[in-house]
Design a protein around this ligand. Structure first.
Ligand SMILES: [Fe+2]
Length: 392
């Protein structure tokens, strides 16, 4: 699938002034880091479940119980993006280059190094800090089929994956997409933390609330026409017969004329556009062009968080040249469910192609979820690609 974003964006990123910025006050940010460090000390770091898989029940219980103790300023900073941009950047998380150590060669190494008592604690403590932030914002969750069910995913370029549509890629443009668009339990919000980005590699962000589409084309895209299929990370064993047409655009009933309520579910790389008629394809192509027109390309810096509204904005990444010398771009990502956020009722009848979430913070999982341990056993070292490495 050809990207909607032209390569020139990599060379001439537009202004990002229109993306909301928030500052985490110094005292609040330090309180967060201190609490994460305290929790990290109380769990046995040598325990693989605690550190490598973030699955220790005592660890998760502490995070769930103590996220509410964070200063009000922290909760305010991680509320969902408030503008039509569908994204915001939170600045002020204290994070030094030395405490995180070199960028690992892949997400598996990142997970192992977090659990290694002989290595710096920064990555592990940041995982805990991100889960605290995510728990303050909503309900963090993972996918059984992604990065062994880990609740915090590492986004790192990996040798041999340069040309994939995946977070491990680098030299190709990562096409704009809704994260896990194929699944009814996809995140409402993504939290990306930047640990290192020396080359100022841009993350692309395009909000559907900034596009201009004629009403007839909007109506075409509101009509369930095509399915969105699982990306290759989930294997190919699913039955195509399970595929359910979904709308590309959606607003809550009664709010169809309110541009501030428009949401999208968009992943052209996994949408069989050839199965649709010319009117739908043209409307879809016009949406792609508009998403390119309104695209912002923030280049995250160490200690910055990018909050992405996954119902409002699509995201991707511009190409870059990896060095594989321990200094490459390194992000961490958490999926967050916002329980108060409405979704289309018909989505509750979708089966998600059998993919399950790992949701230890959900009081009542909306459908059967698996534990981190079960996810790991089920996964059993399967090959990773776009989703499991985590595309960003
Ligand atoms: Fe992504």
């Amino acid at each position: 699938m050809k990207s909607v974003l032209s390569e020139r964006k990599a060379l001439h990123p537009p202004s990002i002034d229109d993306i909301e910025h928030r500052e985490l006050p110094g005292t609040a940010a330090q309180a967060l880091r201190d609490l994460a460090a305290e929790i990290a000390r109380t769990v046995a770091r040598s325990s693989a479940d605690a550190a490598e898989f973030l699955a220790d029940p005592a660890l998760l219980a502490q995070i769930g119980a103590r996220a509410g103790d964070l200063p009000a300023a922290v909760h305010t900073a991680v509320r969902p993006p408030a503008t039509a941009a569908g994204a915001c950047i939170v600045r002020g998380l204290p994070l030094s280059d030395s405490e995180i150590g070199p960028t690992p060669p892949d997400w598996q190494s990142a997970a192992r190094w977090s659990a290694d008592p002989g290595r710096t604690r920064g990555s592990f403590e940041l995982d805990i800090a991100m889960l605290l932030l995510a728990a303050a914002a909503g309900e963090p969750f993972g996918w059984a089929g992604q990065q062994d069910g880990r609740l915090v995913n590492n986004i790192i370029p990996a040798a041999g994956h340069e040309f994939e549509q995946s977070g491990a890629s680098s030299t190709v443009l990562l096409s704009p997409h809704t994260e896990d668009a194929f699944h009814p339990l996809r995140a409402n919000m993504l939290m990306l933390a930047c640990l290192r980005n020396l080359d100022s590699v841009g993350t692309t962000v395009s909000s559907v609330r900034r596009v201009r589409l004629p009403r007839p084309q909007q109506d075409i895209l509101r009509t369930p026409t095509l399915p969105i299929l699982p990306d290759v990370s989930y294997g190919s064993a699913f039955e195509r017969a399970e595929a359910v047409p979904v709308p590309t655009l959606w607003s809550e009933p009664g709010h169809e004329d309110d541009p501030g309520s428009l949401t999208l579910r968009f992943d052209p790389a996994y949408t069989p556009l050839g199965d649709a008629g010319p009117e739908f394809r043209e409307a879809y192509a016009q949406l792609e062009r508009e998403l390119e027109r309104v695209c912002a390309v923030p280049a995250l810096r160490r200690g910055e968080l990018l909050l992405l509204d996954n119902d409002v904005a699509v995201h991707g990444r511009v190409p870059f040249t990896p060095r594989y010398d321990g200094t490459d771009r390194w992000l961490k990502r958490v999926n967050i469910r916002l329980p108060e956020r409405p979704r289309r009722a018909a989505e509750s009848r979708e089966n998600g192609y059998g993919q399950q979430i790992v949701a230890p913070f959900a009081p009542m999982p909306p459908r059967p979820a698996v534990s981190v341990r079960e996810a790991r056993e089920e996964r059993n070292g399967a090959v990773d690609d776009r989703g499991s490495i985590g595309h960003t």
